[in-house]
Write a protein that binds this ligand. Structure first.
Ligand code: CDP
Length: 204
């Protein structure tokens, strides 16, 4: 069984996807981390601004199992991820790894931007997790321990625009996805709502 969890930055999809994986005893893949690894590796090998050549080489040589880096969750690396994520060759290089992960038994939960639309269009359950940009900026500010709310909000808006407007695999809800707006929900409520969606799709 494959569960696809997509949505914009800081909407709560990582927390929800992890909780779903724990609930069902499934494997979990944070696909955003793959793009973050490529963004960071491209900066380290080719400098800034990131070049397509450096990004494509980083994606083709990426070993996700060995990549651990304290800088991965920073907003700078999030922005770098969304820059390399625009490049079709980068997306293509990461596709096989994501698809084989999705086939792991007894099931897998993948979170990202294009899981329900491109990576696993046949996923059994698809969730599109969203929240207002202001709520997402507050959450990300707390997560990062950042002092400047307006700067975090501007980063989130810039990333939303880049992710939604790109030509290849843009951020969009799959036609058969259920949208959950978590703006007014706490984590427990959001996870319960997500489990209810998956239960409704499960083959008895
Ligand atoms: O955690 P957050 O939602 O801030 O970001 P992330 O999931 O770590 O993803 C970082 C960036 O990678 C996104 O802004 C996208 O540009 C890109 N990404 C993508 O294009 N496709 C995916 N399946 C996952 C992430």
């Amino acid at each position: 069984m494959i569960i696809a969890v997509d949505g914009p930055a800081a909407a709560g999809k990582g927390t929800i996807a992890r909780a779903l994986a724990k609930h069902y005893g499934f494997h979990f893949l944070d696909t955003g981390a793959l793009y973050r690894m490529v963004g960071l590796a491209a900066i380290r090998s080719g400098g800034e601004p990131i070049t397509a050549t450096a990004a494509i080489a980083a994606a083709r040589t990426l070993d996700p199992s060995s990549f651990v880096d304290a800088d991965l969750r920073t907003e700078k690396v999030g922005a770098a991820a969304s820059i390399v994520a625009v490049i079709p060759e980068v997306r293509a290089a990461l596709l096989d790894f994501q698809r084989s992960f999705a086939r792991k038994a007894p099931g897998a939960v993948l979170d990202g931007r294009d899981i329900g639309t491109v990576v696993c269009p046949d996923a059994h359950a698809k969730l599109f997790i969203t929240a207002s940009a202001e709520v997402r900026a507050r959450r990300r500010q707390m997560e990062l321990g950042a002092s400047d709310y307006e700067a975090v909000l501007a980063d989130i808006r810039a990333r939303d625009a880049r992710d939604s407007q790109r030509a290849t695999a843009p951020l969009v809800a799959a036609q058969d996805a259920v949208t959950l707006d978590t703006s007014g929900m706490d984590i427990g409520e959001a996870v319960a709502a997500a489990v209810a969606v998956v239960e409704a799709r499960r083959v008895p």
